[in-house]
Write a protein that binds this ligand. Structure first.
Ligand code: V47
Length: 377
């Protein structure tokens, strides 16, 4: 339903569009009707950025009003030693003896959580490599140690790839592993490891990783156990527009069935120092991808502009192209920084508040479950 002057303007742009197919897609958005995968592909191939931005911002305002979210959090990457040699990853190393290999001790991890606590933050995002020497209990003990010292912490930890690996390690079902993790303190499963679901492209960029089916099986199981999850899509490497649409279609289908996803996160591939190499996607591509995700994923409340991969300037712009969330203060991040992102770290929350305000949105500090803690009106 069209309400404001701005919406009336959008309506006239949509109805007057000379490309009738784009006009019809715009009418679907205004009428809150679902876009088909073919619509999404047409948007990628034919829509200009201004049109996409108008539509995606309209859709986002219908869902989130003028609010844009951020969280006070810390990201901890416990180790870069990883059994998978994903070709897009400049962070991981194969063995413990590699000159760049590192592994944080539990005490070092606890010290980082302590820094977050002192700032009043409660979200701890754990994501790293999958080391060959970690036993099943090591994954659980790390969560237990954090929760024991800092009981109020909300743990967003271990991707579906790790959970799949743990199930093999412990010879348990995925559900049993998730139950153990939950008991040890896991609150939310982060969205890493999704990469691109198209099997052929997945084999090119991440030849040894769990398949799309195995990955989504973990998310489904988490949703069935009442564990909310996030979901990503790595774009800007060897995938086509059709692959992006296929990826988002699988995500939308699972969300229709479970409703367990909190947020969709398009992750911009950073090529520097990676085996895969290539050029990085342009800002236009970034904003198009965010906008089409917002329009296509009508069963998602949130779309994240992850400032670490996008850079804070494009992330800020993305708030006018359908994104409503910037992630958080992070404090420390090694994965995308290994691949050459120039985003500065250690953002104070004041910085995120001012980025959001400057974009014309109202900053809302949230927790890991997207519960609003404070609105900076
Ligand atoms: O899965 C690795 C990506 C992910 C590169 O759930 C790269 O809220 C770009 O998933 N260029 C881990 N990306 C981070 C992640 C994440 C981040 C923020 C919030 C959430 C959430 C999840 O980083 C990996 C991989 O897709 N990655 N290398 C690279 N060169």
């Amino acid at each position: 339903m069209v309400e404001t002057d701005r919406d009336l303007l959008l309506e006239s742009v949509v109805l007057g569009h000379r490309d009738r197919r784009l006009a019809q897609i715009g009418e679907k958005v205004l009428g809150e009707r679902r876009l088909t995968p073919e619509d999404a592909l047409y948007l990628f191939e034919r829509a200009d950025l201004t049109y996409l931005g108008l539509l995606a911002d309209y859709k986002n305002r219908k869902i989130n009003g003028n609010l844009a979210y951020f969280v006070v959090n810390v990201q901890i990457n416990p180790t870069n030693v990883c059994i998978y040699g994903c070709r897009f990853c400049a962070f991981a190393v194969k063995g413990r003896n590699h000159p760049r290999a590192y592994e944080l001790s539990t005490e070092e991890i606890l010290a980082k959580v302590g820094e977050l606590y002192a700032l009043g933050g409660r979200e701890v995002h754990l994501v790293g490599g999958i080391p060959p020497h970690w036993r099943y209990e090591d994954y659980l003990n790390l969560l237990r140690a954090i929760k024991e010292r800092y009981p109020e912490v909300i743990l967003k930890a271990y991707t579906a790839i790790e959970v799949h690996h743990m199930a093999k390690l412990a010879k348990k079902s995925v559900k049993e592993v998730l139950r153990d993790l939950k008991e040890a303190g896991l609150a939310v499963l982060p969205g890493g490891g999704a990469e691109i679901f198209n099997e052929e492209k997945r084999r090119v960029i991440a030849p040894h990783k769990a398949s799309a089916e195995e990955y989504l099986k973990v998310h489904r199981a988490a949703h069935e156990l009442g564990i909310p999850t996030n979901i990503t899509m790595l774009y800007g490497h060897v995938e086509s527009y059709a692959d992006r649409v296929e990826h988002m279609t699988k995500v939308r289908e699972l969300q229709d069935q479970t409703g367990g996803f909190q947020v969709f996160i398009p992750l911009k591939y950073r090529p520097k120092g990676t085996e895969l190499g290539g050029e990085e996607a342009s800002p236009v591509e970034d904003l198009k991808t965010v906008a089409i995700a917002r329009l296509f994923l009508d069963n998602f409340k949130h779309v994240k502009a992850y400032w670490v991969t996008l850079g804070e300037r494009i992330a800020q712009l993305a708030l006018s192209y359908g994104a409503d969330d910037l992630d958080g203060t992070i404090l420390e991040e090694k994965i995308v920084h290994a691949a050459g992102t120039e985003a500065a770290l250690g953002h104070a929350k004041e910085k995120l508040v001012s980025l959001i305000r400057e974009a014309g949105k109202v900053p809302a500090e949230r927790d890991t479950f997207y519960r609003v803690l404070r609105v900076y009106s």
